[in-house]
Design a protein around this ligand. Sequence first.
Ligand SMILES: Cc1cc2nc3c(=O)[nH]c(=O)nc-3n(C[C@H](O)[C@H](O)[C@H](O)COP(=O)(O)OP(=O)(O)OC[C@H]3O[C@@H](n4cnc5c(N)ncnc54)[C@H](O)[C@@H]3O)c2cc1C
Length: 398
Amino acid sequence: MSDHEINIQPDPDWKDILGIEDDLTTEEKLVQKTAYDYSSQELFPRVKEAFKNEIFDKSIINELGKLGLIAPTISTKYGGSELNNVCYGLIAYEIEKVDSGYRSVMSVQSSLVIHPIYEFGSEKQKSEYIPELIKGNLIGCFGLTEPNHGSDPSSMQTTARKVDRGWSISGTKTWITNAPIADIAIIWAKTDENILRGFILDRNKHDFATAKIDGKFSLRTSETGEIHMDETFISDDCILPNVVGLKGPFSCLNKARYGIAWGTIGSAEFCWHSAREYALNRNQFNRPIASNQLIQKDLVDFQTQITLGKLAVLKLGREMDKRNINPAAISLMKRNNCQIALDIARKSRDILGGNGISNDYHIIRHLLNLETVNTYEGTANIHTLILGRSQTGIQAFS
Ligand SMILES: Cc1cc2nc3c(=O)[nH]c(=O)nc-3n(C[C@H](O)[C@H](O)[C@H](O)COP(=O)(O)OP(=O)(O)OC[C@H]3O[C@@H](n4cnc5c(N)ncnc54)[C@H](O)[C@@H]3O)c2cc1C
C-alpha cells in the first residue's frame, strides 16, 4: 500500500490547525455564528446575480441592522450592543467570505459613518442619527477622496466657508461607497483657516448631488459614486464639534482598516477551501490534481498565510480591546492580509483553470474585489510608508 493510499483522509482539523477559533469566547462564537448563518443563507444565494448585474439590494442593510451586525461596539444608549472589537472583526470576516462589496457596505456604515458621529458628534447628532443608522433605516457614506487627492487627503480642495448661521460647502468627492443611496454623508472639508473639519450632510435637509459610478469590475455588489457640493448651505449644528484636523478621518479609517484585516482573511479562506475542494475532485492525467506536489504546495502556502494572518488579526483585536493601539499595527495587518488574500485568490483562480474565471465558481469575483480592498483605506504603498516611518522615524511620503 502506498503512502498516498494510507493517508487518504485529510486531518480533521486542517481548517484551523492551531485551534485559533477555540480562543474565542462564548459570546464571540455566538456573534460569529449569527454572521455566518446570515451570510451563508441570505447573502451567498444573492451574490452571483448581484455581482453580474451590478446591483446592491438595499434591504441588506436593514437585515444586517436587525441582526445587530452594524456597529456592534457602540453603546446600548444609541442602539449598539457594546461588543468588543474581536466581535466586529468576526462579522467582517464572515461577510467577506461571501463578498467584499457587502463587507464594504457594513464597514462604511459602522466605521466611517456611525463611528465619527459617536466619537466626534454632539449629543443631538448622536441621538438623531446613530439609532437609525444602526438599525439600517438610514444609509450613510464617507466622503474623503477627491478626483485629484486620494492618498494625500491633506491637500484636499473641498472647502467649508463660514457664513451667517452656518457653512457653505463646495467641492467634489469621488469613489464614495454608498454615495448614490446614502441618506447622510460625512464630508471632510477645509475651512477658511485651512483647518480640516467634518460635517454631516443630510439628503432631507441639504442640497447635494450624487452620481453613480457605473462599470466597476470590482465591488460590483456595492454602489459607488461621486458627491457634488456647490455652495451647499448647512447650519452650524451640522459640523462635527469634537474633532479638528486629519485625526478625524484617520480615526475612522483605522477602525475600517482593522475590519478589512479580518475581512480579507474570510475572502482568502473561501478561495483556499474552494481550490482544495476543486483540486481533490478534478482529475487530470488520471488522478486528482491535488496529487501533484506543485498544487499541494500552493494549498499549504494558503493554509500557512491564512493561519498566521488570522492569528495576528485576532491578537490585534485583543490588544485594541485593552488599549489604544499604535495605528502602525493596524497598517501592518491591513497591508499584510490584503496582500496575502490577493495572492491566494490569484493562485486559487489558477488551480481552477478555465473554470476559475467563471462567476459560477466565485473566485474571480473575490480576486477582482480584493484589487479594490488592497487600494482603498490606504493603498499597500501608503501602509508601507506608514510602517517605514514607524520604524525609522523618517517620513518618506513626499
Ligand atoms: C470601489 C471603491 C470604493 C471606495 N470607497 C471610498 C469611500 O467610501 N470613501 C472615500 O473617501 N474613498 C473611497 N475610495 C477611494 C480610495 O480610498 C482611494 O482610491 C485610495 O485612497 C487611493 O487613492 P487614489 O485612487 O486617488 O490613488 P492615488 O493616491 O492617486 O495613488 C495611485 C498610486 O500611487 C501610489 N502612491 C501615491 N502616493 C505614493 C507615495 N508617496 N509613494 C508611493 N506610492 C504612492 C498609490 O499607492 C497607488 O498605487 C474608494 C475606492 C474604490 C475603488
